[in-house]
Design a protein around this ligand. Structure first.
Ligand code: COA
Length: 376
């Protein structure tokens, strides 16, 4: 197609912008990481194995996993200026804004500064997998006026994340849930934030800039911000309200139901059943049971009216609530998991070495007469 003979693909729907070996989103309702169906991974791997799989394109052996896990825990100790900057951030901004800023800030303290070798990029990628959750944990602690915690060597990486975030030692169920949650959120094809990271990397910009772009893109309610909006909806529904009427009201106002629909899946999102299953492990708790019952009713109502299914964010919201995460931190837990996918895609993009730069169809005017400012 020549430059003058192009047609707009609105929203880039179904456009394959590059090749990837990292993950495959099957529209019929399956998700593969490096060829492994996530149904065969969830609950059978720890999250660090998935981070290794995405970055190194193979599952680690025990020694490789042990090395990575120890390295991740060491890297969870953030540079002091980052912690100071978190402490100085305004109390009324959304925590994802602080995360976005501090990832950008980390670039200034990169121990490999000026080294653009492949080995340095692998080191940066590994560091970011550890530093993003560590920043998220630190933001939460500072917001609660509590001390920022250092990782504990006797805990694994994902358990440390939850411990450093909350300050309590996670029990066995919570530790198992955080591994499954992070595994399920680690990668998802060319989703908007990953694509943003790849566009930035495609100019040969650095990995911190790419991840900063990704976080800014994830923030929106049509992407990683959706789970927080799901909780807003669940909070908004009181027991007096008829859920069918509530959903119909939103649809009548042409509002999107948060946590429903997906660009890629024509069938159920394969992650939903795992997250719904996790929530079912917490049904002995009154709050989780109440939220779960609302979710089931909403799921039925939305399917009846629109024939669309819940996406990853719907039950992720109740999962994070059960872990004791407040809703403004939901997108940050998403980022803390998706960071492994982002850095893996950035490395893959560097290897592809092609500038991602689409064209556009100009629909403006031509030949307008210039009028000097004094005459306008
Ligand atoms: N609530 C109500 N209707 C929805 C919907 C939702 N959450 N998601 C899609 N639809 C409907 C649209 O209204 C449209 O219906 P129509 O053809 O009758 O007009 C149709 O389904 C296609 O929707 P569209 O917005 O074109 O799909 P998309 O591929 O551009 O958007 C999402 C995908 C994810 C952005 C969209 O489903 C959405 O906004 N969901 C809510 C936000 C969310 O949960 N995001 C997290 C995604 S993992």
């Amino acid at each position: 197609m020549s430059e003058n003979d192009k047609s707009v693909v609105r929203g880039l729907r179904d456009v394959a912008a590059a090749e990837t070996k990292l993950s495959y989103v099957d529209p019929n309702g399956a998700l593969y990481y490096l060829g492994y169906n996530i149904d065969d991974l969830v609950g059978r791997v720890i999250y660090a194995e998935i981070a290794y799989l995405l970055i190194h394109k193979k599952l680690p052996n025990q020694q490789e996993l042990d090395e990575l896990s120890s390295q991740l825990i060491v890297e969870m100790n953030l540079p002091d200026p980052i912690i100071l900057s978190i402490k100085n951030s305004p109390k009324n901004c959304h925590p994802i804004d602080i995360l976005r800023t501090e990832v950008s800030h980390l670039g200034e303290y990169d121990p490999d500064i000026g080294d653009f070798s492949k080995a340095a990029n692998y080191r940066r990628a590994t560091r970011l997998v550890a530093q993003v959750p560590a920043i998220v944990a630190a933001i939460n602690r500072v917001r609660q006026n509590k001390p920022v915690l250092a990782p504990r060597s006797e805990f694994g990486f994902a358990k440390n994340f939850l411990y450093m975030f909350k300050g309590d030692v996670p029990d066995d169920t919570e530790a198992s849930v955080i591994h499954r949650f992070m595994t399920l959120h680690a990668d998802h094809g060319f989703n908007a934030s990953t694509f943003a990271a790849r566009v930035t990397a495609s100019t040969n910009s650095d990995i911190y800039s790419a991840v900063t772009s990704a976080i800014g893109t994830l923030k929106g309610p049509l992407h990683g911000g959706a789970s927080e909006k799901v909780m807003d909806m669940l909070d908004d529904i009181d027991l007096e309200k008829d859920i069918n009427e509530y959903i119909q009201g939103l649809l009548d106002e042409k509002k999107k139901i948060m946590g429903f629909g997906h660009r890629m899946y024509k069938a159920q999102d394969p992650r939903t059943k795992h997250l719904r299953g996790i929530v079912e492990e917490f049904l002995h708790r009154e709050r989780s049971l109440t939220l779960y019952n609302r979710c089931i009713q909403i799921e039925n109502a939305v399917f009846e009216k629109k024939k669309i299914y819940p996406n990853v964010d719907f039950y992720a919201a109740v999962t994070m609530d059960a872990l004791g995460v407040t809703k403004e931190f939901f997108p940050l837990f998403f980022a803390s998991s998706r960071i492994s996918g982002w850095v893996a895609h950035v490395i893959e993009q560097y290897e592809d070495a092609v500038l991602l730069r689409p064209s556009s169809e100009y629909v403006g005017e031509f030949g307008k007469e210039f009028i000097p400012i004094a005459e306008r």
